[in-house]
Design a protein around this ligand. Structure first.
Ligand code: FAD
Length: 490
């Protein structure tokens, strides 16, 4: 599939195509761009359906926004760490179940805090005073009432607006929902968690579409041993070329030609593009001919937010035995959230997770400064906290392989854009979390779109060669979960 030049500069026979774009072997061929969950799912499915597949990946590792780090001697996820929807309907359940990977449940269904519930937590104000559980749950109820009120506002207004504006209108209509003093600070903390879920600030999130994603049942489970074993298993035996940054994709009626940064080209019948939305937005991959206007509009109009992780490893545990710690403040921007990994993994690790504007600002700091910033937030709660012995800092917003953490619905833009981003253009197929209308911003969403793109792509190339009957569907029959998911809560 790769077209090389020999010592006389003539094109060499490619793995399955010559540089003249003429088919020289029987197997249909596909180039998959990106080796995150979407790319690996697509490549695995196409490979298993007897297609010639090569995966071109810009980084020196696979996994994309799933990145399990082992430098502390145990697994830590710098990107995704939860399986959202611990249930057999989750497309990833069969593989996670078969691998016997343990999960740790942090919330059940329909929690007001998304991936947490209020079973085990400790919230503090800026002076280190712990907030009573009673106040936190009462404010939680108020927050739910505010969101219900915003639903009414959504029905009434024909124009879309931000969640922030809708909340302000809700307060005008229902002054009884407005909280003062400590109550308001706790309310800001709830808002902060909502912003973390979308990786965006409430003044940019669409009221019309914020709740359009489908939440699978079964609650949210942390991958105790990290996501790496899952992606490694799916990637086994695939032809993956690391350090291959794609810069150009040319499509013609008889195939695609993909150029990587060092000038090498790859040709195939079709390509599956799974690079992140942020990368598509940056235009660092040129498409020839240009992508149609509706596709470019989808790329421009979908939102991409930022959430980062600052992982602090301590000598020993000195904090309360709760699932998460938080600092409440006057604004959601100033609030903080720490996930206590000790509960799930037994390691003395806290994960500070800023989102939106705050995450953007922290990304401008050095790693050391970022770790100090996170530690300073912790010291607000626990003034005598021991300093961390090690830290890890993610940079999902500025990393040129991602340029954002995950997609969200921007004000005034349709939720249908996810579907538009997915729809193929000739022999180019698109997959990735931002092409999932049901499960955007998730690993299982990315995985499902990879399978979908593989199936669409397979149909197209086989149709072209009149070989439709020869292969089994790549998605196969629904495979039952042969091993139940191992979920616990300590
Ligand atoms: C901090 C954080 C926390 C998250 N938490 C969760 C969670 O707990 N649960 C959950 O379900 N989801 C979570 N997510 C979202 C989840 O990680 C993503 O939705 C999912 O991993 C995206 O997979 P993907 O295949 O679409 O994209 P990616 O994983 O980003 O894969 C795209 C690949 O394309 C490669 N690439 C980029 N440019 C090029 C190029 N020019 N040429 C070749 N290759 C290129 C990239 O290097 C990457 O490997 C989180 C994300 C972040 C950032």
């Amino acid at each position: 599939m790769e077209s090389r030049s020999n010592s006389r500069g003539q094109p060499q026979r490619a793995v399955c195509y010559s540089n003249s774009w003429r088919k020289t072997m029987a197997s249909p061929s596909v180039i998959v761009i990106g080796s995150g969950f979407a790319g690996i799912a697509a490549a695995r499915a196409l490979h298993d359906a007897e297609c010639e597949v090569v995966v071109l990946e810009s980084r020196d590792r696979i996994g994309g926004r799933v990145h399990t780090d082992y430098s502390f001697g145990f697994p830590l996820d710098l990107g995704a760490s939860w399986l959202h929807g611990v249930c057999k309907e989750n497309p990833l359940a069969p593989v996670i179940g078969r691998l016997g990977l343990p999960l740790y449940r942090t919330s059940g269904d329909n929690s007001v805090l998304y991936d947490h519930d209020l079973e085990s937590y400790a919230l503090f104000d800026m002076d280190g005073e712990q907030i009573s559980a009673d106040l936190v749950s009462k404010v939680g109820e108020t927050f739910e009432s505010i969101l219900k009120e915003t639903e009414l506002i959504r029905q009434e207004f024909s124009e879309d607006m931000s969640i922030k504006r809708a909340i302000s209108i809700a307060f005008d209509r229902r002054p009884d929902l407005r909280l003062e003093g400590l109550g308001n600070k706790v309310l800001q903390w709830y808002l902060c968690r909502m912003e973390g879920w979308f990786s965006a600030d409430s003044d940019t999130i669409s009221l019309r579409s914020w709740d359009q994603e489908v939440l699978l049942p079964g609650g949210h489970g942390l991958m105790v041993r990290g996501y790496r074993p899952v992606i490694n298993t799916l990637a086994k035996g695939l032809d993956i070329r690391l350090g291959h940054r794609v810069i150009k994709v040319v499509r013609r009626y008889n195939g695609v030609k993909v150029t990587v940064e060092d000038g090498r080209t790859f040709v195939a019948d079709a390509a599956v593009v799974t690079v992140p939305l942020g990368v598509l937005k940056s235009n660092c991959i040129s498409f020839e001919p240009r992508l149609p206007e509706w596709k470019e509009a989808a790329i421009n109009d979908l939102g991409i937010g930022i959430e980062n992780k600052i992982i602090l490893h301590f000598e020993k545990v000195f904090w309360p035995n709760v699932e998460f710690l938080g600092v409440v403040a006057e604004t959601s921007y100033e609030c903080s959230y720490f996930l206590n990994l000790h509960k799930a993994t037994g390691r003395a690790v806290l994960v500070y997770m800023p989102a939106g504007q705050l995450a953007r600002e922290i990304e401008k700091m050095s790693d050391e400064e970022a770790a100090k910033f996170a530690f300073a937030q912790l010291q607000r709660i626990l003034p005598n906290a021991d300093a961390p012995i090690q830290y890890l800092v993610s940079h999902w917003g500025s990393d040129r392989n991602t340029l954002g953490s995950y997609s969200y619905d921007r004000v005034g833009k349709s939720h249908e854009l996810y579907e538009r981003l997915r729809i193929p253009v000739d022999n180019l197929f698109f997959a990735g979390e931002a092409t999932s209308i049901d499960y955007p911003g998730s690993v299982h969403g990315a995985y499902a779109t990879g399978l979908m793109a593989a199936e669409d792509c397979r149909m197209r190339v086989l149709e072209r060669y009149g070989m439709l009957d020869l292969f089994q569907p790549v998605m196969g029959e629904d495979s039952p979960v042969s091993v139940p998911l191992l979920i616990s809560r300590m």
